[in-house]
Write a protein that binds this ligand. Structure first.
Ligand SMILES: Nc1ncnc2c1ncn2[C@@H]1O[C@H](COP(=O)(O)OP(=O)(O)OP(=O)(O)O)[C@@H](O)[C@H]1O
Ligand SMILES: [Mg+2]
Length: 175
């Protein structure tokens, strides 16, 4: 079984990445690892437990949104994240939350799970104006030893966009 790695942050681009990853996983009958990295950048101070919980619920939301609920089985697992089985083909979906340098962790995880392809969004939570690629996606393309697919999606961001973690905004996402 081949494996697809989908890296998601807490922006609406996560839905674009997950939508494409789910489509590929089902059509190709590949396993899927959904990965988020809590940045160890000292400029970004996070409460690690809060951030883990936030990513865990984001992953659940993404998995239940992009794989029909009645065909998903939750598997027993230990630690953070979760494991699901989808449909009769038995596509295995694993949620992983790591902490450290975001680019390094995405590349290390790709090697560890022997990912056939890595999916990243073209942009993320930063979204400063005119840049075509965010710094994480650009560095993953350079550094990763695996094939990388940069997913371009709709531009939903605006002055009041606060990310997927705000439940009032989540309902406005169009796929
Ligand atoms: N913390 C993270 N964990 C997992 N994947 C991430 C993380 N941050 C970014 N990514 C991946 O990289 C993609 C592009 O995000 P990136 O951070 O490069 O852009 P940006 O936030 O718009 O710009 P920048 O962070 O450089 O200001 C995201 O859609 C996601 O796929
Ligand atoms: Mg970013």
């Amino acid at each position: 079984m081949r494996t697809i790695l989908a890296a998601v942050d807490q922006s609406h681009h996560a839905h674009d990445v997950m939508s494409r990853a789910a489509e590929l996983a089902v059509v190709l009958r590949n396993d899927l690892v959904v990965l988020s990295v809590i940045s160890s950048d000292p400029m970004k101070q996070f409460n690690i437990v809060e951030e883990q919980n936030r990513f865990a619920s984001l992953h659940r939301e993404l998995i239940f949104k992009h794989f029909p609920e009645n065909s998903l089985a939750v598997e027993p697992h230990s630690g953070t994240g979760g494991v699901y089985k989808y449909g009769t083909a038995g596509v295995r979906i694993q949620s992983r939350i790591l902490s450290g340098n975001v680019v390094d962790k995405i590349c290390e995880c790709a090697d560890e799970v022997n990912a056939d392809i890595v999916l990243v969004g073209s942009r993320g939570l930063g979204n400063i104006g005119s840049l075509v690629l965010g710094s994480v996606s650009e560095r993953v393309v350079h550094k990763c030893t695996r094939s990388v697919l940069v997913v371009k999606g709709q531009r939903l961001e605006g002055p009041d966009w606060t990310g997927l973690s705000n439940p009032q905004k989540t309902g406005t996402v169009k796929i």
